[in-house]
Ligand binder design. Structure first.
Ligand code: MLT
Ligand code: MN
Ligand code: ZN
Length: 298
């Protein structure tokens, strides 16, 4: 099984179009300590031939352009046979609009996420006679590609920002925000790019996986406030911090996980700066900070 991190940044990317926080500043300046990153997406394949893309990033065209494996092999063709969504956030669905050129593929997501796409007519550009939309049940393994089994499971989350109403429930577990376990040839990968809390059921899910790709949006709950770019906490955005008693570093440290990689990293997160104390801290704890194109074969 091969996994390629197509986009390692959270919504906005690095640098973000309207940001000059200290980290975006380094990226704008071309400082090699901060590598530019596109928005959140993963490609996965059991054989290196057929690919499943998890989350359709607004940057999907650029991501395909930088990965020969994902490029057409004949007149009208794509090695991308299916797209799977882990939530309905803009950084995970907007790329669907770039896949509208009459190419058949399967679009997999929970019934709730499929419903929000159906209620938004712009997604009808994916013609039903070509793009098969499949409602995926939680905890029911399916085979999106021959030789690859995927199981979706609920993780603590929240509704997408564009569907928020006056009262926003955070941390609920249902069809809104999911993680995925991929299995192929006896190896297991867990992909969880958005997660509000490392709950006990989540710990059980990821126990013993060969590779964990996990939500690295914020280092601390108040990253955005401290950076002066906003008033939202990680919790309010549905993202558990790395640090702290309930942070992912601590809560995922003891589960016999083969390799740990942070993805969906926000441009305010100091771990993006190579050589920083924060980067050293999380690497010492056994984590890798993903960059675009990071490829892992299991
Ligand atoms: C998030 O991960 O919190 C979302 O991508 C935010 C957004 O939709 O802008
Ligand atoms: Mn996001
Ligand atoms: Zn920034």
């Amino acid at each position: 099984m091969q996994a390629i991190v197509l986009g390692s940044a959270a919504g906005g990317g690095v640098p973000q179009w309207n940001c000059r926080c200290p980290i975006c500043e380094l990226a704008w300046a071309g400082d090699t300590r901060v590598v530019p990153r596109t928005q959140s997406s993963l490609a996965i394949s059991p054989d290196g031939e057929r690919w499943l893309v998890v989350n359709a990033s607004p940057d999907i065209r650029q991501q395909i352009a930088s990965k020969p494996q994902l490029q057409p092999k004949s007149l009208r063709d794509s090695p991308i046979a299916a797209i799977l969504l882990t939530n309905g956030d803009v950084d995970h669905v907007a790329g669907l609009l770039s896949l509208r050129e009459g190419q058949p593929f399967t679009l997999l997501a929970t019934a709730e996420i499929q419903r929000s796409l159906r209620q938004n007519r712009i997604f009808d550009v994916l013609a039903p006679e070509r793009v098969r939309r499949v409602d995926v049940r939680l905890d029911q393994p399916l085979e999106p590609l021959p030789g690859l089994v995927a199981t979706l499971f609920a993780v603590p989350g929240k509704v997408p920002l564009w569907l928020e109403e006056d009262e926003v429930a955070i941390g609920g577990e249902g069809e809104t925000t999911v993680g995925v376990i991929f299995e192929s040839a006896g190896r297991r990968i867990a992909y969880i790019p958005g997660c509000a809390q490392v709950s006990q059921p989540l710990r059980q899910r990821v126990k013993g996986v060969d590779l964990l790709l996990f939500d690295g949006t914020v280092l601390e709950d108040d990253d955005l406030i401290r950076a002066g770019v906003g008033s939202k906490t990680g919790w309010r955005m549905g993202h558990v911090p790395m640090r702290g008693e309930n942070g992912s570093l601590k809560r995922l440290s003891d589960l016999r996980i083969g390799r740990r990689v942070y993805v969906h990293i926000n441009n305010t997160n100091p771990v993006l700066v190579e050589g920083s104390d924060e980067r050293r801290e999380i690497e010492a704890a056994g984590w890798t900070v993903a960059h675009d194109g990071l490829s892992i074969s299991l």
